[in-house]
Structures are given as structure tokens and as C-alpha cells.
Design a protein around this ligand. Structure first.
Ligand SMILES: [Ca+2]
Ligand SMILES: [Ca+2]
Length: 259
């Protein structure tokens, strides 16, 4: 299932610097406060979200947003990305809202190389003891990319050769897609990953289990500029496959009524 619809749809502080006050260094790196998301929780969804690219579903209101993204390899915080996660017995759900002044997409078929345009990527490694890890992507065209890597460093000459994992995404664009020269506002992605996708690594987690994860993004700007890469994880190099750097994601069990 792929659905896409498009929606047609800032204060200055004067700084009074004391002469003898040293200039503060930007708050970056491993020093507090943190600029990335090292730990996150994935809450149970009492009702699965409707994949329509609109994040008005109850599970997203309950989710703990993942908001700290950075190009950690050069210690640069990146604003404007907010990701939500939820799960139930059937699937893992993910959603993201991204501010973006130039929304552009590459690819509209499954496992096209979506990272040649704006894309949100979700990496998961279920076990520290096992080598398998997984990559999921969605772009503003509501195209999906899904791959199960049997081990780190496992290349794939043609990504279209990967077996279907059953993921789906929906996307909405607030602005004009692939229309340079005007000012867009952003885009939203909403996706579903069935637990069967993780069969090679043991399938669905149990409440309390912790996996390794990273949510990553390519944000392309005007023609001739390099895309901005960012991740929720403290990646020490600009490679999204460095699972040793990933954050941890704990799957919460059902919450008591009223909480
Ligand atoms: Ca929705
Ligand atoms: Ca962009």
C-alpha cells in the first residue's frame, strides 16, 4: 500500500555582553547538553495509525518524540526533524515531520535509490549478539526502500533484488514538490513495518527489549548544493551504517489505563 497526498497549504534577543564575560563555546559534542538521541522508547499503540501522512492518530500523540538530530561527525546540531515511534503485535510504526525549504524527491518505485532526494531513513539492529540489521526509508513520493542486511558490510549490487519486506509509507508535502525557486515548509512521512520483516533476526521484540537504532535524513537544497546529512544517533562518521554508534530503543509494554 502506498498512498501520497500533497497539502497545498520566527524573536531576536539582544545580547548584553559583559566585557569580562568569556564567549561561550557552542554547546556541542559529548559535553552536555547532548545534541543527539542516545536513548528512546517505543510505546504500544492501542490502535494502529491510519497511514495517510497526517499525524493526528492517538499513537502519535502518546509517543515520545525524537527531536535531537545532528551531523554528529562534525558536531553540528540539526533542527527541524521530529520522529515518532509506536508498536503493536503486528507492526512497528514510524512517522516524521521535517521542516524543509526545498522539498525534492528521487524515485517512485520500491527500492529506488531514494537517498538521491529528500528521504527519511530508519535503521534497526535487533541484537548485539546477532549480525543482522535492517534499513527502511520513505520519501516525499511515498516510495519505500527496505533491506534486510544479513551482516554488516554486506553489499547488494542491485537493491531491487532484496526480498519484499511488506513495508508501507504515506507522505504529505507542505509546499511544492520538485519545484525549485519557491519556499516550501516541509514534509511528513508515516510508515508501517510488519514484524515479519525482522524474521531473519528473531521477529517481534518482547516488552522491555532494547534494540539499536538510528533515524537518519538527507535534506537536499537548491541545485548545485550538497545535501545535509543528519541522524538521531551519535555517528562518528557520515555513514548511516555504523551500527556500533546507534542509539538504543526500548519497546515499552502496555500502559495501565489512564496513563
Ligand atoms: Ca495518520
Ligand atoms: Ca530538501
Amino acid at each position: 500500500m502506498k498512498r501520497s497526498c500533497r497539502l497545498l497549504a520566527p524573536a531576536c534577543l539582544a545580547a548584553a555582553a559583559a566585557i569580562l564575560t568569556p564567549v561561550a563555546e557552542p554547546l556541542r559534542g559529548d559535553d552536555s547538553p547532548d545534541i543527539v538521541t542516545r536513548h528512546a522508547v517505543c510505546r504500544r499503540a492501542a490502535t494502529p495509525p491510519v497511514l495517510d501522512g497526517k499525524l493526528d492518530d492517538p499513537c502519535w500523540k502518546q509517543a515520545v518524540p525524537i527531536e535531537k538530530f545532528a551531523s554528529f561527525w562534525d558536531k553540528t546540531p540539526r533542527e527541524g526533524t521530529r520522529v515518532y515511534l509506536a508498536w503493536d503485535d503486528e507492526a512497528l510504526y514510524w512517522a516524521g515531520t521535517m521542516t524543509d525549504a526545498e522539498v525534492r524527491a528521487f524515485g517512485n518505485k520500491r527500492n529506488d535509490h531514494l537517498w538521491n532526494g529528500d528521504v527519511l531513513e530508519f535503521f534497526l539492529k535487533p541484537s548485539a549478539e546477532r549480525p543482522e540489521y535492517f534499513e527502511f526509508q520513505g520519501n516525499p513520493n511515498a516510495a519505500v526502500f527496505e533491506l534486510a542486511f544479513p551482516k554488516p558490510g554486506h553489499g547488494l549490487k542491485d537493491t531491487h533484488d532484496g526480498p519484499a519486506l511488506g513495508t508501507a509509507v504515506a507522505a504529505t508535502v507542505d509546499g511544492t514538490l520538485d519545484h525549485p525557486g519557491d519556499a516550501d515548509r516541509g514534509w511528513t512521512l508515516e510508515g508501517r513495518i510488519p514484524w515479519t520483516a525482522f524474521a531473519s533476526a528473531g521477529g517481534r521484540p518482547r516488552p522491555g527489549d532494547t534494540w539499536k537504532f538510528a533515524v537518519c535524513r538527507y535534506d537536499y537544497g537548491p541545485d548545485g548544493t550538497k545535501p545535509v546529512l543528519m541522524s538521531s544517533a551519535p555517528l562518528s562518521q557520515p555513514s548511516f551504517h555504523r551500527h556500533g554508534d546507534y542509539g538504543s530503543l526500548t519497546f515499552e509494554g502496555p500502559r495501565a489505563a489512564g496513563k
